[in-house]
Design a protein around this ligand. Sequence first.
Ligand code: FAD
Length: 635
Amino acid sequence: MSDLERYQYDVVVIGAGGAGLRAAIEAREHGLRTAIICKSLFGKAHTVMAEGGIAASMGNVNSKDSWQVHFRDTMRGGKFLNNPRMAELHAQEAPQRVWELETYGALFDRTPEGKISQRNFGGHEYPRLAHVGDRTGLELIRTLQQKIVSLQQEDLREHGDLDARIRVFAELTVTDLLKDGDAISGAFGYWRESGRFVVFEAPAVVLATGGIGKSFKVTSNSWEYTGDGHALALRAGATLINMEFIQFHPTGMVWPPSVKGILVTESVRGDGGVLRNSEGKRFMFDHVPDVFRGQYADTEEEADRWYSDADNNKRPPELLPRDEVARAINTEVKEGRGSPHGGVFLDVSTRLPADEIIRRLPSMHHQFKELADVDITAEPMEVGPTCHYVMGGVEVDADTAAAVVPGLFAAGEVAGGMHGSNRLGGNSLSDLLVFGRRAGAGAAAYVEGLGERRPAITDDDLAAASKTALEPFTIGGAADAAVENPYSIHSEMQQMMNDLVGIIRREAEIAEALQRLTGLRERADRAGVEGHRQFNPGWHLALDLRNMLDVSECVAKAALERTESRGGHTREDFPAMDPQWRGVNLVCRLTDDGVELTRQPVPAIRPELLTLFERTELSKYLTDDELAVFDEASG
Ligand code: FAD
């Protein structure tokens, strides 16, 4: 192919959010030649949008905190479906990763004694989120980018070439992973501006592509989150787990329609904000589920005292894990106690002085003033659930982040297992750092183990990848009346996923969703575009569509199969949590007949980790056989 750019690297990292940058730094620090690819501008990733903070048990605000308490909270938040080894490594290593960020130049907010400040968040027993106002992600990305620039400066001094061992390819979309036999041999993509094709020959690829939110209509996610990494992994023969678990963040903006879904950070509640319905009632007290009763306050007075005396009072129920709060809001609205625009009220104006609100929540103040003409220092916000995060993702080895395909690694939101059925706020940024680093190290070890051997890419591989990428032009140019518009298909799919596989699910509706996905897939096969390859958003969307359809099919199939309610999967027809399902991961793989679903056991929780919990709590989640392991371990 004449218009093909070719590059050779040891490790190719797809994604320049927190997970991708941390992985790239690690691979480069192992001395490997590393490429970072991102489909948006460098620095524009989901990570930059993160507001509330990074969860790490540094114990700066409450010295009782420890990795064991963080592990316990994470397992509880995930309703015990988490990969326990990932939750353990995450809780143990998060503090080191935050301190490391300081050595890269991060400037966190401080406590009066000068330590890194930590704030409260839903599901975390102690104040645990290291933060920079409500712009933590910006500081995280700025710092990691600065570290990469410093590594490039080192290379300039040593090799006379800034890009000698680490180079960023921005606004380049990867459309296919390439393989030599069973193993990864590289990645194929196109420059968004010119449409020109690019191939990266590399034995190791780290997927760090983030989430899938753009498959749903109401979402806090931005345009890039079309599930590319999930779909690339599937097509390369890797497996996805837990895809039924989608986090609907309880507080997205609901008005005006143009901004519906934009996130309202959980810090508003962490810093004292309360949720009220149209009757002015703090309704969360009516929605504390049995598994959490005893850990949350029963009265407003006790809940309010907790902010100044957390040791002697129970937490406000506004700080329950996100799945619980989202379901409660949904119920209030459905039962007719919603706000004028179909949400509920989130009020911080009567809880903190105006100057304190502006100091702690500058972005929220700005966001509501600019987008909704609401002054949050004087009036409540209207909020409702928004599709925010996917717990499901590429099945990986906890220690090395390796997927089942040799040479493929995944970290960050695209990887599955760590958060079980529901992620706690703040646990994503820590996940990116902990497992980004592990993925970079895993990829480096894999490449070093290959020695001189390198997988090959054939001309046939390239011809096939380029033919697939150009398909929308071939169809668009056929002057066939059956040509479909990618934008119409996307918008129908988003509405359908929201309505039929959204926050509350029912068997008949999920079955209908699967049927409609088959129809949408047939139409997507005829999605055509006109014009040139130079910046052509219709073409880009036509290519993204197949990713979103693959991923949506996984979500719907797994949602139909799991006949219980747990975390980010609520079945109205099976409202209870079932201990028999606690130990089951649903695994998706792609076959010639579409997505195939199988069951696989969730890795067992080591007995020493089980003994961190009370038996009464475990008995709400585990089967009798599992409880016998606890009984033996605790003597
Ligand atoms: P991302 O940061 O999402 O980056 C993905 C990268 O992959 C991008 O560079 C993108 O361009 C690239 N990419 C995708 N597809 C392709 C492709 N085909 N080819 C090339 N490149 C591709 N979590 C917390 O822990 N604390 C918070 O306070 C918090 N606040 C949040 C606020 C908002 C508004 C949102 C949306 C999320 C928030 N989260 C928070 C969640 C967290 O930000 C994300 O889960 C996390 O940043 C994901 O990071 P990542 O590195 O996995 O991917």
